[in-house]
Design a protein around this ligand. Structure first.
Ligand code: 5GP
Length: 189
């Protein structure tokens, strides 16, 4: 997607050798015009799939998922990393290894929000090794829902995420695929 590519080129910064910082339009400040364009593009790519729910992960996926959900006329459920006292005790959960924090955490979704009749599109900001998406797929599977696809804003094509999601029989659509980083610059596919 050209607009996303331009944003990454203009405003993205490579940190620690393999992390793309996009705080100015995706991960901290959010560019809603860009999010709208991304939502429309996800709708276009998944137009032949029945989708009645969007599932994402706290916290960076939530904004993109909410804007995208308007194009599918569907609610958004986000898996929680931080659970308060108001969370149901009846949850589906999965253990996820965080690429950026380098530690395991548990994500949880209340059982009442994933039903066996659900046809789900998973949305997230980044795809690296696929652990976040795999955790979300695991939670959907626990609820007997069907995962219709994974929609990603930025895929780091040099990592294993796509391979491990497709190995589960789930389609992956990414709006910007990065081939690598070279001397602090982003190389696109
Ligand atoms: P994965 O679970 O696919 O290994 O990593 C995806 C998750 O890690 C995303 O939810 C995202 O929050 C974070 N992540 C992975 N790589 C990057 C990156 O290069 N930049 C940013 N900002 N987040 C990343």
């Amino acid at each position: 997607m050209q607009l996303l590519k331009e944003k990454i080129m203009d405003e993205g910064a490579v940190i620690d050798g393999n992390i793309l910082k996009v705080d100015s339009f995706l991960n901290h400040q959010m560019d809603i015009q860009l999010f709208n364009a991304m939502g429309k593009e996800f709708k276009k790519r998944f137009k032949n799939k029945e989708i009645n729910k969007i599932v994402t992960i706290e916290s960076s996926g939530i904004g993109i998922a909410c804007i995208t959900a308007q194009y599918f006329d569907a609610p958004v459920v986000f898996a929680k990393k931080h659970v308060g006292a108001n969370m149901s005790l009846h949850v589906y959960e999965a253990k996820v290894y965080s690429f950026t924090k380098k530690q395991y955490y548990t994500i949880k979704v209340s059982k009442e929000f994933i039903k066996s009749s659900d046809k789900i599109l998973i949305i997230d900001d980044f795809l690296a090794n696929g652990n976040a998406a795999k955790g979300l797929i695991e939670i959907c599977n626990q609820g007997g829902a069907k995962v219709q696809g994974v929609g990603i804003a930025i895929e780091k094509g040099f990592q294993n995420g796509r391979k491990s999601i497709e190995a589960l029989g789930v389609r992956v659509e990414s709006l910007g695929i990065i081939e690598g980083f070279s001397e602090g610059k982003v190389i696109f596919k």
